[in-house]
Design a protein around this ligand. Structure first.
Ligand SMILES: [Zn+2]
Ligand SMILES: [Zn+2]
Length: 439
């Protein structure tokens, strides 16, 4: 490889061939060309695009890795519109190639000539999964730094055995407190170190705010996660209680409509305790949360999620009522108004859902009746078929959504009943919905 400083459009024949082979996806030709002395890995075409940027735009993950191994500059910013390799990856909509750029150290705060970051560009073209990936990225190397004692420290800030589950926590895009508690439940060793990890998250929060490229999104996220961990510590150690009961505390709905007031208040307090009051992101979130009466939409959680993950269209429709996981497909078979990702989540929610289930069922039936009437009016004479359900015709919901509620997907195995239940309940799967009965 030559060390000549690349100039726009100054390509020799081999470099032109390199870009052609990248666009054709021929990795072996790319490798051969890169081994030649006259081929500069960061050469620039007439638009100022590097080979890596071409490969990122074409979502050629393997070729990107070869180029990076050969020293390609992931942050090259000579493109005529100021696009970086991460921006091209984001525009491609490909998660894998975006991750490769992030792991190679792509800066997320660089803006193009119209002032947009890679994440904003991805949002602009509707690549929401990419937006979420960029906004929530935190490399394992960065975390591993804290598993070794630094300076005068005798102990590292993070016990190395916890690095895996803490890294998972930081990358989680689901911010539902119940989901975070479920993650703690799955990792019992985590439960002994809640304060240690919360302190580490404070350190990271400060770092995200004080580093030269401020990352308010990650600062807010780790701050909030730290709040949940401290709450868990409070329940386990100070109250000598269980994580199961903490989740119930977060889920308990108020009498009149089942709205989880305690969760809303916890979210609001957590947001307000963010220590960097000058943060624009904080001000934006508070501005959106403050005028909403507790119990109305949008919830503080949904505002926090869209501030951190970018706007996710229609995501709320498919969320598990308990843990917030997306693509929840199981419905309560009685009321059909709440969705769950599986039996464990329905079971966890039942103690409070059962108080409003009958009311919701009445609402659902009313909606069905109305929808049926409207359908008869608009589709006169046409035969209507249910979406594969034999139990009843439920292919149309009030909002005209096609028949998605009857899922014939593989049965969720579900967890065995926990010992600490105040009620005995049994869940039976019927036509993909979850039927719950107290025994
Ligand atoms: Zn769930
Ligand atoms: Zn129900």
């Amino acid at each position: 490889m030559s060390n000549m400083a690349p100039k726009k459009g100054d390509l020799n024949d081999d470099e032109k061939d390199l870009i052609a082979q990248i666009n054709a996806g021929d990795i072996s030709q790319v490798k051969t060309l890169l081994s030649k002395n006259n081929v500069r890995v960061d050469c620039l075409d007439e638009n100022g695009m590097t080979p890596l940027q071409h490969a990122a735009y074409k979502a050629q993950t393997d070729i990107c890795q070869v180029l990076l191994k050969n020293g390609a500059d992931v942050n090259s910013n000579q493109h005529e519109h100021g696009y970086t390799a991460l921006m091209f990856a984001a525009l491609s909509g490909n998660l894998e190639v975006t991750r490769v750029m992030l792991e190679a150290g792509a800066r997320t705060s660089t803006v193009n000539t119209v002032g947009r970051t890679a994440s904003q560009m991805a949002a602009f073209v509707g690549q929401h999964a990419v937006v979420s990936l960029i906004n929530n990225f935190f490399s394992r190397e960065e975390l591993d730094h804290y598993t070794k004692p630094q300076g005068v420290e005798k102990e590292p800030k993070l016990p190395p055995s916890l690095a895996d589950c803490v890294h998972k926590l930081i990358l989680m895009s689901n911010l539902n407190p119940v989901k975070i508690i479920l993650h703690l439940q799955e990792n019992p060793e985590f439960q002994d170190e809640l304060v240690t990890v919360a302190r580490l998250l404070d350190t990271l929060c400060t770092k995200f705010m004080k580093q030269s490229e401020t990352n308010e999104v990650m600062a807010m996220k780790v701050h909030y996660q730290g709040c949940v961990l401290r709450e868990a510590h409070k329940w386990l150690v100070e109250k000598n209680d269980t994580l199961q009961n903490l989740m119930k505390y977060f889920l308990k709905g108020r009498e009149k409509d089942g709205f989880p007031v305690a969760q809303e208040k916890f979210l609001r307090l957590s947001i307000r305790s963010f220590p960097y009051h000058e943060s624009e992101l904080l001000q934006q979130i508070v501005h959106n949360v403050a005028p909403v009466t507790v119990g109305d939409d949008p919830t503080a959680l949904s505002i926090l999620v869209s501030a951190i993950n970018g706007h996710q269209s229609a995501a709320a429709e498919d969320q598990c009522f308990t843990c917030g996981e997306l693509q929840a497909e199981k419905k309560c078979s009685a009321c059909k108004k709440v969705k769950y990702c599986g039996q464990a989540c329905q079971k966890l929610h039942w103690f409070t859902h059962k108080k409003v289930c009958a009311t919701l069922k009445a609402e659902y039936l009313q909606e069905q009746e109305l929808a049926q009437k409207m359908k008869q009016q608009s589709l006169e004479g046409q035969e209507v078929n249910g979406g594969g359900g034999t139990e009843q015709q439920t292919s149309t919901t009030g909002d005209g959504d096609p028949g998605t509620e009857i899922s014939n997907g593989a049965a969720h195995s579900g967890n065995e009943p926990q010992d600490e239940e105040d009620i005995n309940i049994e869940i039976v799967e019927a036509d993909g919905d979850l039927e719950i009965t107290e025994t």
